[in-house]
Design a protein around this ligand. Structure first.
Ligand SMILES: Nc1ncnc2c1ncn2[C@@H]1O[C@H](COP(=O)(O)OP(=O)(O)OP(=O)(O)O)[C@@H](O)[C@H]1O
Ligand SMILES: *[C@@H]1O[C@H](CO)[C@@H](O)[C@H](O)[C@H]1NC(C)=O
Ligand SMILES: *[C@@H]1O[C@H](CO)[C@@H](O)[C@H](O)[C@H]1NC(C)=O
Length: 232
């Protein structure tokens, strides 16, 4: 439950930016230290969580905090998920990113981020399927069995790489006149994906719910969605 609330808070943030009505003062966020995380009342939440998702943006603030949580997840058989978050993270926070990715059971990103990620590593491919495969095959921390890479491509199929294989899943197509605002699509996708993952559903179901949630969000400006989702 808590995880879902956090995700919604994040989506809200993204959409407020979209409406141009948020004047963000990140000075508090940028002061985050691992000492905050280590406080018993905060660490208790980490211990309670079974699935932990951290967007890459936080690498610019407190990589030590991410590292602590990632190691905790590995030591306790928890699912740890990350997002590439932005091309600049892949380029300028490469070292911090590289340190934590071995712990990630799932890595999300969009096609632009995937291509920059590839370029920074000199992989010499812009092919998203190939890149997804290579991301899924990056080194794993000890105790981790495998990694799944999930790359979204707007209206093009979602690419999932797992066990040395790549699968693609078509998104729900939307007539142009219904597309209102694509901001937050990626976050909504991950939210939908996680809603099924935490219920032990298949990757196919996770992607389906991801596409459903993203499809709802891109049809409105701002963070609103039906009271009762019609996903099944
Ligand atoms: N034009 C579109 N038509 C249909 N579905 C779309 C479209 N754009 C985005 N989506 C849905 O949203 C998902 C994520 O989109 P996208 O790859 O654009 O994420 P992103 O670039 O990370 O988004 P964000 O704008 O939040 O950064 C897609 O997999 C798809 O399900
Ligand atoms: C992917 O996300 C980045 C932000 O991280 C954004 O700048 C870029 O336009 C997105 N790419 C596509 C194709 O939507
Ligand atoms: C990754 O996370 C960032 C920040 O939360 C978000 O803007 C982006 O849409 C996400 N993309 C995917 C594919 O998860």
């Amino acid at each position: 439950m808590r995880m879902r609330l956090l995700l919604q808070a994040h989506v809200l943030y993204v959409l407020l930016v979209a409406k141009g009505s948020l004047i963000a003062n990140l000075s508090a966020a940028n002061c985050y230290k691992s000492e905050h995380l280590k406080k018993p009342e905060n660490w208790a939440l980490v211990e309670k969580a079974k699935y932990i998702y951290i967007a890459g943006f936080f690498l610019t603030v407190s990589p030590e905090s991410i590292q602590l949580v990632a190691e905790h997840a590995a030591a306790n058989n928890k699912v740890f998920l990350m997002n590439l978050s932005a091309p600049f993270i892949c380029e300028f926070f490469r070292d911090a990113q590289e340190k934590v990715l071995p712990y990630a059971d799932y890595i999300f990103g969009n096609e632009t981020e995937a291509r920059i990620f590839s370029k920074v590593r000199g992989w010499e491919t812009e092919n998203v399927e190939e890149i997804a495969l290579k991301i899924s095959q990056l080194p794993l921390a000890s105790g981790k069995q495998k990694r799944i890479a999930v790359i979204t491509q707007g209206a093009d199929p979602v690419v999932v790489a797992e066990d040395g294989k790549v699968k693609t899943f078509p998104v729900i197509l939307l007539p142009k006149e219904k597309l209102v605002d694509t901001n937050g699509a990626g976050d909504a996708f991950v939210g939908g994906f996680l809603s099924q993952l935490v219920q032990g559903k298949s990757i196919e179901d996770c992607v389906k719910a991801g596409c459903y949630a993203a499809n709802v969000i891109i049809q409105q400006s701002g963070c609103t969605y039906p009271e009762k989702p019609d996903f099944n």
